[in-house]
Design a protein. Structure first.
Length: 290
């Protein structure tokens, strides 16, 4: 096995020497990869070194006050906000993608308009969504600064992402799956929900993971819609801050910078756990599909 690797490596080197452009491109790609990895490692190590020494029990007390600056209320609000936004956006995004791929006529102007709109929404800054959410949900609907207003705003933000990733996952399913299902007498609806969606589930799950990451790390949109109250509201109509907003508030005040780094460590751990769980689920789904 080692000899085979050496032969393939030598062949690559010879091909690069014969084509200088390929060698330059390989070097540029390698440098970009190293810079990306180095920046990521530096960021994680920097936050860990700054924050881990200040992870103390008072930071995890149930109630927030100016002395302990507890992150527990923000953690609970983050989970509530994430679940609420996913409940609103995931079914709508998946069903919209199913319609665009499986039911809509290919080449339709309506489909092209929907795709153009979703791509445009994906590029809009989050603060614009926050201003829209404040004008629509906070002011027009009279929900006030609340978790519900924040959840609806975040749902609108992540909806294009879920639609696009689901659409690409559905397109990656071979047409032979559809043809085989139809040949066995299954209808369109049964084929979609029993054959196509399970086969595309790993790709759909990756889009949901990206959406969770955006929800967990969002600040600008939530400041204008959910508010910055450091407590767990009694219901979704109450105001509350998430972990990202909590970290922003602590760092902007300037009195609890160390606790802000500690909150960043907790946020990194949560994102890591979510990614690990999602990867394990995706592997199980892939094995089940095989």
């Amino acid at each position: 096995m080692t000899n085979i690797n050496k032969v393939s490596y030598n062949q690559k080197i010879k091909s690069y020497l014969r084509n200088p452009f390929s060698l330059i491109l390989f070097i540029l790609v390698s440098i970009a990869m190293l810079i990306s990895v180095a920046a990521f490692v530096y960021m994680v190590v920097y936050i860990a070194v700054k924050g881990i020494p200040y992870l103390k029990p008072s930071l995890f007390e149930l109630k927030y006050n100016s002395d302990n600056v507890s992150l527990t209320p923000a953690l609970i609000n983050t989970l509530t906000m994430t679940i609420s936004a996913l409940i609103l956006a995931v079914p709508l995004g998946i069903l919209s993608a199913v319609y665009l791929v499986e039911y809509a006529r290919r080449g339709s102007k309506f489909v092209s308009a929907v795709r153009l709109t979703s791509e445009t929404l994906s590029g809009i800054p989050s603060i614009v969504f926050g201003l829209f959410g404040m004008l629509m949900f906070v002011t027009a609907f009279k929900w006030g600064y609340s978790l519900l207003a924040g959840a609806f705003t975040l749902a609108i933000m992540i909806l294009p992402l879920i639609m696009r990733t689901t659409e690409e996952a559905l397109r990656s399913v071979p047409d032979s799956y559809r043809e085989g299902s139809f040949a066995l007498g299954a209808g369109k609806l049964r084929t979609v929900f029993r054959i196509i969606l399970p086969a595309a589930m790993p790709g759909i799950l990756s889009g949901v993971i990206l959406a969770i990451g955006r929800v967990v790390g969002e600040t600008a949109a939530l400041i204008y819609t959910a508010g910055t109250v450091a407590q767990v509201p009694k219901n979704l109509m109450g105001s509350g801050r998430t972990l990202a907003v909590h970290m922003f508030a602590l760092s902007s005040e300037g009195f609890h910078i160390n606790e802000a780094y500690a909150t960043g460590v907790v946020l990194l751990v949560i994102v890591f756990i979510i990614n690990r769980l999602s990867n394990s689920i995706a592997k199980k789904l892939s094995k089940g599909k095989e």
